[in-house]
Every structure is written in structure tokens, then in C-alpha cells.
Design a binder for this molecule. Sequence first.
Ligand SMILES: NC(=O)c1ccc[n+]([C@@H]2O[C@H](COP(=O)([O-])OP(=O)(O)OC[C@H]3O[C@@H](n4cnc5c(N)ncnc54)[C@H](O)[C@@H]3O)[C@@H](O)[C@H]2O)c1
Length: 245
Amino acid sequence: MNRFEGKVAVVTGGAMGIGAATVQRLASEGAVVYLADIDGEAGAHVVAETEGTVHFVHCDVAESAHWNALTARVMDEHGHVDTLVSNAYALRHGAAHELPEADWGLVLDVTLKATYLGVAALAEPLTAACGSVVAVSSVHAHASMPGFTAYAAAKGGLSALVRQLAVEYAPAVRVNAVAPGPIRTRQWDPVPPAGQAEEAGRTLAGRLGRPEEVAAAIAFLASDEAAYITGAELPVDGGRLVRLA
Ligand SMILES: NC(=O)c1ccc[n+]([C@@H]2O[C@H](COP(=O)([O-])OP(=O)(O)OC[C@H]3O[C@@H](n4cnc5c(N)ncnc54)[C@H](O)[C@@H]3O)[C@@H](O)[C@H]2O)c1
């Protein structure tokens, strides 16, 4: 498939995990990809490993000045932007009475505000290109477990923001979300094998997901194959959320 031939995509948090798999997927289908991340070393690794055209951009997604610089660079080099994948996030654990205010701020800024900043910076080129936005939400937008106060709030807000953006920028720009369940990235490294197996057992698939499986869903939603889909959220969770017992 070459669904992104001639297209330019920006992928945030593209240096690792789901973001890196998305960079590789879009580039393999012909996109020029701008990988926006704060981790230059991991970003350089993805650039070196990916066949196709990938540029690393140092961008803290919580900083509007970084978004403005990124937008100026992409427009200068290509003159158009077709796809934004808003994937970067921050995670700090704690119940409300345990969570420092600064941690709440960090999680909300990187996980939620960043999508507003990215769309604000890229609205004009995305509209001109009749492009699309895919945000990476989470099952935590819809169901909870202890310790995820800020993350759940941010992802719940992100799911609502995606619907709002879809309404706001229609019909030119489609805006959708994916909601991953447990996906084997570095997030899961600290969880002992027994904990991983327990979580896998809570999915209908009986296993943790792979970053490439989320990237495939993101690529579909970003592509013209999803031309009649906007304001939607696609679970990529192995059935994690529909399981009662
Ligand atoms: N892995 C899972 O189980 C899972 C489950 C549900 C949702 N998600 C969501 O998927 C997305 C990706 O998760 P992952 O597991 O691949 O993460 P990851 O930790 O493997 O990668 C996250 C990337 O984001 C970058 N990043 C962090 N802060 C940044 C900032 N301020 N500006 C720019 N880049 C920044 C990191 O450098 C890293 O490259 C996140 O939105 C996460 O909430 C993941």
C-alpha cells in the first residue's frame, strides 16, 4: 500500500513505542514524516532504522513556540501538511491527595494541551490540504484504576477534544482517535511478567498488543480509506474494555 505517497505527516512522540511504529508505517507507505520528540538519541535511531524520508524535530509538544517553529520548518521545506498524529504523553501516578500539582500540570500539558497546540499551529495547512488528525487516547479515557488521576483526566479530555475538533474543522479536516489497551512498549518494562500475564488475561485477545497494531489503525484513520470517518474513536485494545469477567 502506498496511501501516503506525496503526503507530509507530523508524528509526536515518534521516537519510541507506538509513535515510532507509526513513523515507520507512514514512511513505508510513502509519507515524508516529521518525527517530533524531545528524545534526540531515540529519534535518531528511528530515523536511521526507517526506510523512507523521516526528519527528526526537537519539539516539546507542551510548548507553543516549539509548534510554531515546527510548522514554519515543514511549510518552508514542503509547503503542505496532510496528517498530524498526536501521540506524545506524560504519565505520573497518584491519587488526588498524593499527586503534586506540578505532576498534574505536566500530564495535562503533554497529554491534552499538546493536541490543542498542535492543531492550533497546523490548522491552516491541514485545512488547505484537506488533511486529517489522529490523536492517541487510551482505554483510561473510559474506565479507571487507582493511581491514574491526571492521566485519566487528560485522556478523557482528549477524547472529548477530538469530537470538538472534528466538529470545528469539518468538512476540510477529519479528526479521529485511537484508544489503545495494553500495548507492549517501555511503559510495561517495570511490570513483572506475572503482572503482564494478568493484564493480558483481561483482554479478549489474551495478550498484550504490539505498537505496529496501533500504528496500522492510526494509518487507516489518517488515510483516504477513512474519508467518511470523523469524530470517531477506534479501540485498539484486544477487547480489554468490553470484558466484564
Ligand atoms: N503502551 C500502552 O500500553 C498504551 C496504552 C494506552 C494508550 N497509550 C498511549 O499511546 C501513546 C504512546 O505510548 P507509548 O507506550 O508508545 O509510549 P513510549 O513511552 O514508548 O513513547 C512516548 C514518546 O513520547 C515522547 N515524549 C514524551 N514527552 C514528550 C514531549 N513533551 N514532547 C514530545 N515528545 C514527548 C517520548 O520521548 C517517547 O518517544 C501515548 O499517548 C499513550 O498514552 C499507550
